[in-house]
Design a protein around this ligand. Structure first.
Ligand code: HEM
Length: 523
């Protein structure tokens, strides 16, 4: 009996070891060989490790040196031998990055019939409220209808009506800052954008009326926190867990909430859902996006609309405040750009001194924003060189496909390489230089280095096609308002070393925070 138990145990261990070796060594190597045979269109790392794939090399080269991991992908694009595709492999995950306009164009034709959304970001912040919201589900007819209604509610024709609400949230957070104060700009921008999006989605009084979350800390103690603080703390918890080696090797641990930390994250995640649900159940707000969509889509379950709104909250928060932060950083880094923007604010917004900054901020005239051509070019350049989302969400091939000369099997994860595409030396002159004029048709930088017109898919900070960012118009408006607001109100100073550090960027997962000193509060 004893012998047979030992035998069974040995067989099980042997089986598990064989399974792990197949899954983490043989299959990844086979996949690599498969794509190598597909021709020269696909680049992959030279240092590929059993069990770890590309992970170790990238961590060594980037994370450990305090650099932003996505710059690894961007820097590949700047190499002479850059190929249209890049294969990124970590143990249980393979992503084929598309970064050439012709290939992106081919991919676009296949979405959503043959290639559709696959939620692969479940280990990071994407997991918060991941109950199958707008950005996490397949492109069904029902999804399309909900997306249309949500976009109509937050889209450009309506977005300008949210300006007073946004200014109020900017005032609540920036208005308390005094002369000579040292601040974490990232923190203040983060809170402003989050509280605005939350109010827009669920109601003006959401922050006063919403209950507290019972956040479970690492040591098991429970802390009562406001929703915002809870989400931010959880975001940090989840980001650090998503980079933990055991979760990278076994993403199932995250999927099924196994392990102490993953279980704790899941409990905290549910707590956020509970607080939001409680608030919605007792809210009488009629003008919120949530209430309007409920009103229009009577047949759609309310939980679905709540999940969609959480998708908007998550999609529209970090991306936007990070871009705002990059903009303020770039203005100090490139003083000539700051001078041009100040001039435009003086002429267009303040009408050469006829209007005072205070008056303008109290009666924000959004039509003036449309006249600010330099501001628009500046924001476009910020989003090009500092995209806050460095790649698209995941797309999955629903059947084997041939794109140009490459056969891609069913079930492969594809992504738009946003950060790489935006510096493609074929499309952009001096791609690493910050030149807002490259969006001015009269500028020499408007064309490609070979003098042609740039391909429409060369500029993809929000990607394109049927799954493009639904919040892009709102985001552009928010950025314009926030930048003009900040410039009218403050003179500021950023440490020179930080300004000169070429690695600094503000993006999801980037390791930087912007600190500054306020030299003067102007109004
Ligand atoms: C500067 C700000 C923003 C940037 C750079 C940005 C960028 C992106 C990118 C790259 C994607 C992935 C698209 C794809 O997978 O092809 C995306 C998706 C998404 N974004 Fe944004 N975004 C921003 C602001 C917003 C805002 C303000 C909202 C909502 C209020 C929002 C909501 C979403 C949602 C819901 C998705 C998923 C779309 C889907 O799968 O159908 N984003 N965004």
């Amino acid at each position: 009996m004893q012998f047979s138990l030992v035998t069974v145990f040995c067989i099980i261990v042997f089986g598990v070891v064989c399974h792990l070796i197949t899954k983490f060594v043989l299959k990844p190597y086979r996949k690599r060989r498969y794509y190598k045979k597909q021709g020269s269109s696909i680049q992959m790392t030279e240092r590929f490790y059993p069990f770890l794939g590309d992970y170790k090399g990238i961590i060594n080269d980037y994370q450990d040196k305090g650099k932003f991991i996505a710059h690894y992908v961007r820097d590949l694009m700047l190499q002479k031998d850059a190929t249209p595709l890049y294969l990124f492999q970590i143990p249980n995950m393979v992503i084929l990055y598309f970064r050439d306009v012709e290939w992106l164009s081919e991919l676009n034709k296949l979405i959503p019939k043959y290639v559709d959304r696959e939620p692969i970001d479940n280990s990071g912040f994407g997991k918060i409220g991941s109950t199958g919201g707008l950005g996490q589900v397949r492109s069904t007819e029902a999804w399309k209808k909900r997306r249309e209604v949500l976009m109509k509610t937050i889209g450009i024709n309506h977005a300008s009506k949210f300006i007073p609400l946004f200014i109020k949230h900017l005032d609540d957070n920036f208005g308390v800052i005094g002369n000579q104060q040292e601040i974490s700009f990232s923190q203040v921008a983060n809170t402003s954008v989050f509280s605005f999006i939350l109010s827009l989605l669920f109601g003006k009084n959401v922050l006063d009326q919403m209950g507290l979350c019972n956040y479970e800390a690492k040591d098991g103690s429970i802390k009562q926190m406001k929703l915002y603080d809870c989400m931010m703390t959880m975001s940090d918890d989840m980001k650090s867990e998503s980079l933990a080696l055991y979760n990278v090797i076994f993403p199932e641990l995250v999927d099924y909430n196994l392990g102490r930390e993953n279980r704790r994250n899941e409990r905290n995640n549910k707590e956020i859902g509970r607080v939001l649900n409680e608030f919605i159940a007792q809210s009488t707000e009629k003008n919120s996006v949530y209430a309007q969509v409920i009103d229009e889509l009577k047949d759609t379950p309310q939980e679905q609309i709540l999940s969609d709104c959480i998708s908007l909250l998550i999609g529209g928060h970090e991306t936007t405040f990070m871009s705002f932060t990059s903009a303020v950083y770039c203005l100090k880094k490139y003083p000539e750009v700051m001078t041009k923007l100040i001039k435009e604010i003086q002429t267009v917004v303040l009408e050469g001194g006829k209007i005072s900054p205070n008056d303008f901020l109290q009666n924000f005239n959004h039509e003036k924003l449309d006249e600010m051509e330099y501001l628009t070019m500046f924001i476009k350049e910020v989003l090009r060189l500092h995209p806050s989302a460095s790649r698209s969400l995941g797309y999955k091939t629903l059947r084997p496909l041939k794109i140009k000369d490459v056969m891609i099997p069913k079930g492969e994860i594809l992504a738009f390489d946003v950060i790489g595409s935006l510096v493609s030396p074929k499309q952009w002159k001096d791609p690493m230089n910050f030149i807002p004029e490259r969006f001015d048709p009269t500028s020499e930088y408007f064309k490609t280095p070979s003098g042609k017109n740039r391909h429409p898919l060369s500029y993809i900070p929000f990607t394109f096609g049927s799954r493009t960012c639904p919040g892009r118009s709102l985001a552009m408006l928010e950025l314009k308002v926030a930048i003009v607001y900040f410039m009218l109100k403050f003179e500021y100073q950023i440490e020179e070393d930080f300004l000169q550090n070429p690695d600094v960027t503000f993006s999801i997962y980037s390791p930087f925070e912007l600190h500054m000193k306020i030299n003067n509060v102007k109004c």
